[in-house]
Ligand binder design. Structure first.
Ligand code: SF4
Length: 216
């Protein structure tokens, strides 16, 4: 094997082991949606997604090979530069990777760990809060249901209400249920979501408040 091929294959092995991960971006901001809305949080956006949502607002994340691969130590060192100790791992689809090593190191350094995932790959990692946001474009892996602390369904079509109930029937009874209008459909679906939640109080409304605040 040539030297470059050897380097590439050892890098792939480290990614497969979750010791190195492709990072599209990482930034400190305010969590805008879901259970931790309003909390300062450091977002780690992993590159790579094979779900293919038509309305995806981070399509540039899909191709993992476009993004630099960093060691988990480098990733955590960057997070430690900010005062907040809440980390949100997102993507892309973060569960494409073994998140065990990264979350273990984050917790050793005192972080609370959250994930936002479509659940399309086997669950991994040590998370304090799991936000499961299933997508119609790729079925969730069954392992997500028992880990989900929050089910957040994006409403883009009327049929998404039935889709939301289908998944609500599979999560554990303590899982919080949220309906969130897709950003381009806020005006169309917010009134319907409001009425839906008023009539089915096991659900809550979630809004992408960071978009109203014009922050990432
Ligand atoms: S799962 Fe997320 S990153 Fe992947 S296509 Fe859907 S919205 Fe985009």
């Amino acid at each position: 094997m040539k030297t470059q091929e050897l380097i590439a294959s050892s890098k792939q092995a480290l990614v497969a082991a979750g010791q190195q991960l492709p990072i599209m971006e990482a930034f400190y901001t305010i969590q805008g949606e879901g259970r931790f809305t309003g909390y300062p949080a450091y977002f780690i956006r992993l590159g790579g997604c094979d779900v293919g949502c038509v309305w995806c607002d981070v399509k540039e994340s899909w191709e993992a090979a476009k993004w630099p691969v960093l060691s988990i130590e480098q990733i955590v060192d960057e997070a430690l530069k900010f005062p907040g100790r809440l980390v949100v791992i997102t993507g892309g689809e973060p569960l494409m990777y073994d998140l065990g090593p990264l979350t273990k190191l984050l917790k050793e350094k005192g972080f609370t760990t959250n994930i936002e995932t479509s659940g399309a790959h086997p669950f991994s990692g040590d998370f304090d809060w799991v936000c499961f946001s299933p997508k119609k474009f790729k079925n969730p892996h069954p392992s997500i249901y028992k880990h989900a602390d929050e089910l957040k369904v994006v409403v883009f079509n009327k049929s998404d209400f039935a889709f939301a109930e289908e998944h609500a029937a599979q999560v554990n009874p303590l899982c919080e249920l949220r309906l969130q209008p897709e950003w381009s459909k806020v005006a169309r679906f917010t009134p319907e979501i409001v009425e839906y939640v008023k009539n089915r109080p096991n659900w809550k409304v979630s809004l992408q408040t960071h978009k109203f605040m014009d922050i990432p």
